[in-house]
Design a protein around this ligand. Structure first.
Ligand code: NAD
Length: 497
């Protein structure tokens, strides 16, 4: 049995020390093969307490808290360098654990490194602000770290999502306890090693894997945790939000989605069909921004669906490291079970399965958690399969008749993460984009991301923004100062002398 860190079971990181407590561990199963990947030590509540106290101590040290921006930027750039140097290792961690195809895993490392470089550049240029004077004083706004940030990440894209959180939180001068998902712990552990090697002081970034149900509450409710940054499902996000509300600390929540992908009859249909295929099937549908509800104007509905079926049929479902593989397995066997349950439920209610709706039959895929690209039709937007996030390669296709009907259906969901519009009419694109309740709108494109652009959801898809300059401010608190330029006290009522 090989281990990523070269040690068995794989240890985790607190205070710059590798903790190899064998009392509790995660046995990691490769979703592509069903075989055991390795065992990883899992943290307990006592480890969480130690990690938070360690982060608090390290983040309070002037060496970290008051580090000059160009020195902080140098460390962040060094992390980016080391990520690229170790890109095969990082990508392999993710590929073995969640089955995403090799190319996507490598791209996540490259983009993650770019996130560190963006934060490095931003922190050198983000300043304090002088606010307009309304008296004989200088008034200004300065930005300070929260202290200890709890960063909790899901299993679908651990490299990208961890980098979004830790690059910004380190740039802002915080200490961090990172809790990766049990299914995908090792890329976070390796990022912790890279941060140490790049010169982040020991204890500033701690990585403690473990089940959220066992150690999540201990982390979120720890008195020294002053902010929570969570990416995951809406139900867990709601619980974290309640706990943070009780403590009166901020929670940035990046949650689920069921994003509408809209195609009007006047669109470039070929490009729209390509995008609709990628929007749902890339990453085996395990993407929070997946275009999982496809709305097509009725007069081109049949033509569009035929084009998307043709593209879906040509997709290559294979082992994640097979050259040319486009879809790997679901990230776990329990996740595939859930997908199958949702599709069977729709079938029983009279849905038509236009393609897929089954496991692949190739023998070399039989032991993995594979599921074919699936298109479901003959449903309404009210059907459970169109309302619940499936997080698998399942597209719900529905026709619409006019713009008002479309907007009503597109917004009829608890989610509001992303959306896409295809039309040649720029005025309509603007109207529909403004009417959609979503944190992200793509017009004549889909799934374009930039580390410089803020990302987050409306409604129950989340709260707050990550990425971009706003994403760094998310990890800072605001302090306003009034500094008198007068020899007398000029405020309030006058004092009799
Ligand atoms: P999840 O909510 O089950 O778990 C996410 C993380 O929370 C894991 O680390 C888990 O261990 C932890 N956790 C679980 N219970 C906890 C608790 N009580 N307290 C604290 N932490 C706890 O999500 P998942 O199944 O790992 O990921 C899939 C979900 O993530 C999907 O809903 C997807 O849409 C969402 N997601 C959102 C975004 C976004 O940016 N909006 C990005 C990726 C994934």
């Amino acid at each position: 049995m090989s281990t990523v860190a070269g040690v068995h079971p794989i240890p985790f990181l607190i205070g710059g020390e590798w903790i190899q407590d064998k009392s509790s561990f995660i046995t990691h199963i490769n979703p592509a093969t069903g075989e055991v990947n390795y065992e990883i030590c899992a943290g307990t509540e006592a480890h969480i307490d130690l990690a938070v106290r360690t982060a608090h101590k390290a983040a309070s040290q002037p060496a970290w808290r008051n580090m000059l921006p160009h020195n902080r930027a140098q460390i962040l750039n060094k992390i980016a360098d080391l990520m690229l140097e170790r890109s095969d290792l990082l990508a392999r961690c993710q590929m073995l654990e969640n089955g995403k195809v090799w190319k996507e895993c490598k791209n996540q490392v490259i983009n993650g490194a770019a996130t560190f470089r963006f934060c490095a550049a931003a922190i050198e240029t983000l300043g304090s602000e002088i606010t307009p004077p309304r008296g004989n004083y200088l008034s200004m706004t300065v930005y300070e770290p929260w202290g200890v940030v709890a960063a909790i990440t899901p299993w679908n894209s651990p490299i990208t999502l961890t980098c979004n959180k830790i690059a910004a939180a380190l740039a802002a001068g915080n200490g961090i306890v990172l809790k990766p998902a049990s299914f995908t712990p090792t890329s976070g552990i390796e990022l912790g090693r890279i941060a140490l090697d790049a010169g982040v002081p020991p204890g500033v970034l701690n990585v403690v894997p473990g089940a959220g149900s066992k150690i999540g509450d201990a982390l979120v409710t720890h008195p020294l945790v002053r902010m929570v940054s969570f990416t995951g499902g809406t139900e867990v996000g709601r619980r974290i939000s309640e706990l943070c509300g009780k403590k009166i600390i901020p929670a940035v929540l990046e949650l689920g989605g069921k994003s509408p992908h809209i195609i009007f009859a006047d669109a470039n249909l070929k490009a729209a069909a390509d995008a609709a295929t990628v929007a749902i099937f890339e990453g085996t549908g395990q993407s929070c921004t997946a275009g999982s509800r496809l709305f097509v104007e009725r007069k081109v509905y049949d033509e569009m669906i035929a084009m998307i079926i043709e593209r879906a049929r040509a997709l290559r479902v294979d082992l994640p490291d097979a050259p040319g593989a486009q879809l790997g397995p679901s990230a776990s066997f329990s996740q595939r079970e859930y997908i199958e349950k949702m599709v069977e439920g729709a079938r029983k209610e009279g849905a038509e399965i236009l393609i897929g709706g089954a496991r692949p039959t190739e023998r070399h895929l039989a032991k993995g958690a594979f599921y074919l690209p699936t298109i479901v039709a003959g449903i309404t937007n009210k059907s459970p399969i169109a309302q619940q996030e499936i997080f698998g390669p399942v597209l719900c296709a529905m026709p619409f008749d006019n713009e008002d009907d479309l907007i009503q259906q597109a917004n009829d969901t608890m989610f509001g993460l992303a959306s896409g519009i295809w039309t040649a009419d720029y005025k309509r694109a603007w109207r529909v984009a403004r009417a959609l309740e979503a944190g992200m709108v793509w017009i004549n494109t889909y799934k374009q991301f930039s580390t410089a652009a803020p990302f987050g959801g409306f409604k129950e898809s989340g709260l707050g923004r990550e990425k971009g300059l706003q994403g760094i401010r998310t990890y800072q608190q605001v302090k306003t100062m009034f500094w008198s330029m007068s020899d007398t006290f000029d405020g309030g009522f006058s004092i009799a002398k």
